[in-house]
Design a protein around this ligand. Sequence first.
Ligand code: GDP
Length: 320
Amino acid sequence: MTQNSTHNNHSPSTVHRRIVALAGGVGGAKLAQGLAQILAPEELTVIVNTGDDFEHLGLYICPDLDTVCYTLAGLANPETGWGRANESWNTIANVESLGGPAWFRLGDQDIATHLERTRRLREGQSLSQITKDFCSAWGIQHTVLPMSDAPVRTMVDTDEGELAFQEYFVHRRCEPKVKGFRFDGVEGAEPVVGAKEALEQADAIVICPSNPWVSVDPILQIIKTINKPVVAVSPIIGGKTVKGPAAKMFDELGIEPSALAVAKHYRNILTGFVLDKTDSLMEDDVKNLNVQTLVTDTLMNHLTDRTRLAKDVLHFIGSL
Ligand code: GDP
């Protein structure tokens, strides 16, 4: 379902209506899609991590941005959560047969996105302008912003040395043990045009259930100060991630992975925290951090789960 047919019949009556959501890829995109079902276009801005961006096969690839956009547009692959639905893989198969690098899987339709983005970036256009135009072409009405137009590159310090993020994440399948993270270029990077205004006008900031270390921290470092209520949804359920290495990262950094660990990670900026029912025994520990809590189902397999969680989060924000 695309969002065009929605965001008019789920509206809770007592919600704060202007939301900025901070998102990485798959987990972030799911909640962003739920919020987009409820909120009108002018009520939701999604700021997306670009620390995972990289150049590969001469193409400029923005994995998180594309995951969020494909999801909001109803174009995402429902099985993987990333990439396009009904995808074909001819180009990458032919690259491989020529001996080229095929470890980063790029579908044919997806390659068109990277080709056109790369062409426009080389002409000197900004990532935010290109993203705006792509959103419009894909029928996305809500605002999706890359966190910055300046390149910021997540570098992973591991027991095998420092690795660029996609080298660690995709090529090495998160096998090296993590020792820390560095966001190359973050010091000089500014939020894109529109992000500051959206943050100023927001009633609340929602940190989507994205990887705290590599999806959310880069965005927080770019936007620097937040003086609005912040609500985070835990990406860790029952001590495990739904997908991806967030729990493994906590573990390797010497922190027991849990919803509580996520709440502690964000404790300096949190007003409210959303935990899964599985983790209800941790609610008091989170409250002891001086953070208000909501315990609900946070697994978002289907659009109905995403919309219901978004509705719960908005009601929670209204109650803070
Ligand atoms: P990535 O950049 O594609 O890895 O995406 P994100 O950083 O946005 O998302 C990764 C995080 O999303 C992981 O820590 C997952 O546990 C979390 N996640 C994925 N799906 C869900 C879900 O349905 N519910 C919750 N609570 N977390 C999820």
